[in-house]
Design a binder for this molecule. Structure first.
Ligand SMILES: Cc1cc2nc3c(=O)[nH]c(=O)nc-3n(C[C@H](O)[C@H](O)[C@H](O)COP(=O)(O)O)c2cc1C
Length: 186
């Protein structure tokens, strides 16, 4: 009879596996092992000021209707701007856009858009030249959840250019390398 062994193993798993108490820094480091792309989200205020920041919280949410999401930290000076905007663009960065990613993540730069090639979408929102994908979104829904404002966008216009994405992994920028895995088309 090996039943008691199984029960013992399970008990050991429940009591010893993982950490139920952890600092947010440990959680942040652990989440860093999940690689993401990098995007710059932009909008224009009613009085014509361009606003943008680097994000990696972007994710797809729904295809029908076409919805995407991202989140903005609650202490952002632009919380009201994004909460109240009509549209925003998500600009997915190419692998040679590391400097732009750092620029739009730097709160000390007063005009992040200076000398950055942008075009204006028909919705009147700046979009980055050279982004490998651009999604123009109507501001669909917002919700304060935890320490972030969850932003949900209804995708109204899309555009793309050839290029490989910039990747963020374990706190650093990197790029995709030729995989040794057999390529499967999903
Ligand atoms: C790779 C990367 C990803 C980031 N992702 C987010 C994000 O998803 N949400 C967020 O609020 N800030 C994110 N940040 C931090 C903002 O870019 C940074 O706080 C920036 O200064 C905000 O601009 P602002 O202060 O002009 O609003 C990220 C920074 C980097 C470098």
């Amino acid at each position: 009879m090996n039943m008691p062994m199984i029960a013992e193993d399970r008990l050991m798993c429940e009591s010893e596996w993982g950490h139920t108490e952890f600092e947010s820094k440990a959680l942040r480091n652990l989440l860093g092992c999940y690689p993401t792309g990098v995007a710059i989200v932009t909008t224009r205020t009613a009085d014509g000021r361009d606003v943008g920041l680097t994000i990696n919280s972007f994710a797809s949410l729904s295809l029908d209707p076409p919805l995407v999401l991202w989140s903005l930290v609650n202490h952002s000076p632009n919380l009201d701007v994004f909460r109240d905007c009509t549209h925003f663009t998500i600009n997915i960065l190419a692998k040679d856009h590391q400097e732009l990613a750092l620029r739009f993540a730097n709160p000390r730069i007063t005009n992040k858009f200076e000398d950055v090639a942008m075009h204006i979408t028909p919705e009147g929102i700046p979009a980055l030249h050279g982004a490998i994908a651009t999604l123009v979104c109507e501001n669909h829904k917002q919700d304060h959840i935890g320490d972030h404002l969850l932003m949900i966008g209804h995708v109204r216009r899309i555009g793309s250019e050839n290029g490989k994405p910039l990747i963020f992994h374990s706190g650093s920028f990197t790029a995709l390398h030729d995989a040794q895995l057999a390529q499967e088309t999903l």
